[in-house]
Design a protein around this ligand. Sequence first.
Ligand code: SF4
Length: 381
Amino acid sequence: MIQETFNIPDFSRLQQLIDASTAADVQRALHDDRIDIAGLAALLSPAADDHLPALASRSARITNRRFGRTIQIYAPIYLSNFCVNRCAYCGFAAHNTIERRVLTMAEAEQEAAILQGRGFNHILLVAGEAPARLGVDYLAGLALRLRDRFAAISIEVQPLEEEEYARLFAAGITSVAVYQETYDRTVYQQVHHAGKKCDFDYRLATPARAAAAGMREIGIGALLGLADWRLEGLALGLHLAWLRKHYWRTALTVSFPRLRPAEGGFQPLVRVNERMLSQLIFSLRIFDPDVGLLLSTREEARFRHGMIGLGPTRYSAGSCTAPGGYARPELSGEQFAIGDHRSVQEVCADICGRGYDPVRKDWDATFQRKEAGWELSAPSR
Ligand code: SF4
């Protein structure tokens, strides 16, 4: 069980760290082998704004040394767009009038089969937070059906208890993504209007619960466009460092979802342009050479093309964010409008064209079978 929980310092203290950073601190952070949280603050600070090419080149060197010339490819499967929460920025929020659906087990398997046919080995199961419609029983049942067909199955669903994560791990789920959305408590309360998600601390402790349950990989992130990106980056660094210290056996990833147009017409509270996003990605890569960095189809093809080799290690491709949308592309009810509309073949060709390998498999469920016991048997089909 978790003994200690991660706590985020007041944002004004993080702001002080950023404000105190000088050009000399930036130079030091760019040349030191390992940097601490003060070094990360320097790279994220305005003092580093004019040094983006140097950040990019250091980030690229570290990424190539640690991950080689590879980009892992994955795709999400949206299982349900029901949600009991009212997040101001999300198309699935309970107050939006959209066509709602939760996939049957057969429909979910059909979506998975389509992605398998397109060559995906890593899939991410995504759902809005509505446990009465899609809970642990559903996820465990689906994992049992899919686990022999995919190298890795991740989830991005409602936060769960440690024992629920342990049950999912035994059923074949390999990793959990849970984004804090914003580490700024004040903004968090402003944009989360109803539902369990209003509990900032419960959400903040979720990655640790999943890691304590034995999950192989945990993904964290901040939704960019809600609070100052420099402060979110520093908070992400603190969270990463805490998880590394307490769960050193768990692989960690960070996502940088920028707000996209969605049902409800919510506008970003702060501007985060591609230059700012790049500085954030490079800074976190230099801070944590081992962390997996995800760049999803929220970003446009042009930007994703330009970022190959500079820091990100994982790209989604050919994504659809409406439940059932791979089998029936005409369906509406998507979470947000994607920015990169290329097919998986086009994304992979782009990666190859830059001299990198699009990796569709870097894990085998056999390893997990041993670790988790896999005492549950897959149902006959
Ligand atoms: S962000 Fe997640 S929890 Fe919030 S409304 Fe959307 S699906 Fe629900």
